[in-house]
Design a protein around this ligand. Structure first.
Ligand code: SF4
Ligand code: SF4
Length: 302
């Protein structure tokens, strides 16, 4: 997988690389069964000089890395990078139907599959990040997975509370993969019960069109003034019509650790109840997001 990741058809070859890795043996919940952690992924691309990245510096905060900054941290030997020559490769990993079904039944604690996908599924996501970087570098393209860089972390911000230096959700938004919901999760064509990942690389890939201008286009609360189902699903009172209280949410998720250890026998945690039993669980709510899937699969948007 070390050749042919640039030039004509580069996007399709990178999509195929991510899909092949997701079909591999590392994509497992690592439980008693040999179940996949994640279903079939979606992949999108954002241009390294997309104006959104400058906007993130303003709206999310100056701490948020632009693609060129993240790649320069991994490859200082390259000197000043031309953002126009960079691409952010983003993917959506959907929870399986079995994991979602278990979660829909839960009212307080994560079911075992969900807790496993949070821990072992994210280990696979890191493996995917490393393997995509490895394949790109083997083909001669400098690459980095920003969330795996030593300087990655969160900073406390007055406006948003703890905020990441590289938000996978914001990268996926830039790559045409979805828009934000009331609970802050990204609503994608595969729904909101997903994990996200990305790699930045010095490689030319046509960006995926964004079939939206509104960052909340796929959320019924913002688009229609209806729904709010995720508010009812939250056991921590962290969601309201005003949005997502990250501190309450984070405290609740952390407090699930003893439950996960006692019931499932591994060090883990999780919640995500707001991602299931809701209209955006496994797709964009009906009537919103026309053209979204077509854009991502490379067909003409409607
Ligand atoms: S459950 Fe409803 S209100 Fe909440 S994010 Fe999904 S569409 Fe928006
Ligand atoms: S992850 Fe859990 S605690 Fe956090 S907002 Fe969703 S339902 Fe609430």
């Amino acid at each position: 997988m070390g050749v042919g990741l640039c030039g004509e058809g580069a996007g399709e070859r990178l999509r195929a690389l991510v899909r092949t890795l997701c079909d591999g043996p590392a994509n497992r919940l690592q439980g008693a069964s040999d179940e996949r952690a994640w279903g079939e992924p979606l992949v999108g691309f954002a241009a390294g000089d997309d104006p959104l990245f400058a906007a993130y510096k303003e709206h999310v905060g100056p701490h948020h890395w632009a693609p060129a900054e993240a790649l320069a941290l991994a490859h200082p030997e390259l000197g000043a990078l031309d953002a126009a020559q960079l691409t952010v490769i983003c993917w959506v990993l959907p929870q399986t139907a079995a994991t979602r079904a278990d979660s829909r039944q839960a009212t307080a604690y994560p079911p075992e599959r969900w807790a496993r996908s949070r821990i072992y599924g994210e280990l696979f996501n890191d493996h995917l990040r490393r393997e995509v970087v490895r394949a790109l570098e083997a083909a001669g393209h400098a690459a980095a997975a920003p969330v795996l860089l030593p300087g990655f972390g969160t900073v406390d911000t007055a406006r948003y509370g703890p905020a990441s230096r590289w938000s996978e959700r914001h990268m996926a938004y830039a790559a045409g993969l979805g828009t934000f919901g009331l609970c802050d999760g990204l609503i994608t064509p595969l729904g909101k019960a997903v994990r996200l990942g990305s790699v930045v690389a010095q490689v030319a890939v046509p960006p995926t069109p964004r079939p939206y201008n509104d960052p909340h286009a796929y959320c019924l609360h913002y688009a229609r003034g209806t729904c709010g189902a995720c508010i009812e699903r939250c056991p921590a009172g962290a969601l309201s019509a005003a949005g997502h209280d990250k501190r309450l949410c984070g405290a609740y998720v952390g407090a699930t650790r003893p439950y996960v250890l006692a019931h499932y026998g591994f060090e883990g945690y999780g919640c995500g109840l707001c991602q299931t039993g809701v209209p955006c669980e496994a797709g964009i709510p009906e009537g919103l997001g026309q053209g979204a899937t077509a854009c991502i699969t490379g067909q003409e948007a409607v």
